[in-house]
Ligand binder design. Sequence first.
Ligand SMILES: Cc1cc2nc3c(=O)[nH]c(=O)nc-3n(C[C@H](O)[C@H](O)[C@H](O)COP(=O)(O)OP(=O)(O)OC[C@H]3O[C@@H](n4cnc5c(N)ncnc54)[C@H](O)[C@@H]3O)c2cc1C
Length: 305
Amino acid sequence: MSHDVIVIGGSFAGLSAAMQLARARRRVLVVDAGRPRNRFARASHGFFGQDGKAPAAIIEIARAQVQAYPTAQFIDAEATEARQHDDGFEVSIASGATYSARRLVLASGVVDELPELSGLRERWGATVLHCPYCHGFEVAGGRLAVLATAASAVHQALLLPDWSEEVTLFTNGAIEPDEAQRAALDARGVRIESTPVQGLLGEPPRLDGVRLADGRVVPLDALFTASRTRQASPLAEQLGCAFDDGPFGPVIRTGDRKETTVPGVFAAGDAARPAHNATWASSDGVTAGIAAHQSLALPAPLVAK
Ligand SMILES: Cc1cc2nc3c(=O)[nH]c(=O)nc-3n(C[C@H](O)[C@H](O)[C@H](O)COP(=O)(O)OP(=O)(O)OC[C@H]3O[C@@H](n4cnc5c(N)ncnc54)[C@H](O)[C@@H]3O)c2cc1C
């Protein structure tokens, strides 16, 4: 059976898109590989009405609510290929089965490429953190640090004193703050350490500190760092969607209504926005779902661009 819309990814963005489509009584198929980006964290913070719940629990509730609509269908699988054909799109999954639809919503997220540093990976989402808005409150008052990977580290280090008086910026050979940045960091009470970090210490996921290349140990409770990101699925590239360079990695280019440069293909969530957060992903999913629905329901000249 052909669907009206296939949504790739069944997390914050994909389920939000599917909800709008299912409520519009459209046949929507959600294909999901089950690896949301925040699965490494015990709790998700800041999401409306769900603060502090486990990421998997939030997704489970959202999925059950979408699944309750009679025109919504789910497949737990990896979508491996997407092609355009005369009146829509065809999507293949890992088993070789194919599904077709008139519109696609790509909500497949991104993958974090973490800095290569001994002891970092096993603490990701626990004591090695990407964002103070998501996890800063839980480590507030502790000994905090930023491990620089890019210029954005200065920005993050300047924010962190709102969560603790003890903040260190490890430049780690990745950045060299200029005079104005040094003055701003100094004014916020941030200590700058330019000796490279060699490894993280303590029994994971706990963090006791870091060892520097000169042998010194800096005691710490949490370390913030920005990963590089890459698209979690190759589908946008296969379909010929344009990308922009985001601050962390490539971002699928979309307009205000989350349509990509390929007509009929919409994209939402981390895959299609430069800054990342579950609420923004969900909001984009709503926009993409409604836009995809309206592109099916309205004559072309009446569809807002
Ligand atoms: C460690 C960590 C903790 C975080 N904590 C918070 C927090 O507390 N609060 C907050 O607001 N944000 C948090 N974030 C950010 C948040 O996780 C993301 O903004 C959010 O998950 C993005 O939602 P999404 O739906 O775009 O992508 P994701 O949640 O990553 O979901 C994408 C889905 O698509 C699936 N998928 C990918 N490729 C395919 C394919 N080819 N076929 C089928 N399915 C596919 C994936 O398996 C996954 O299920 C955190 C991020 C990290 C890394």
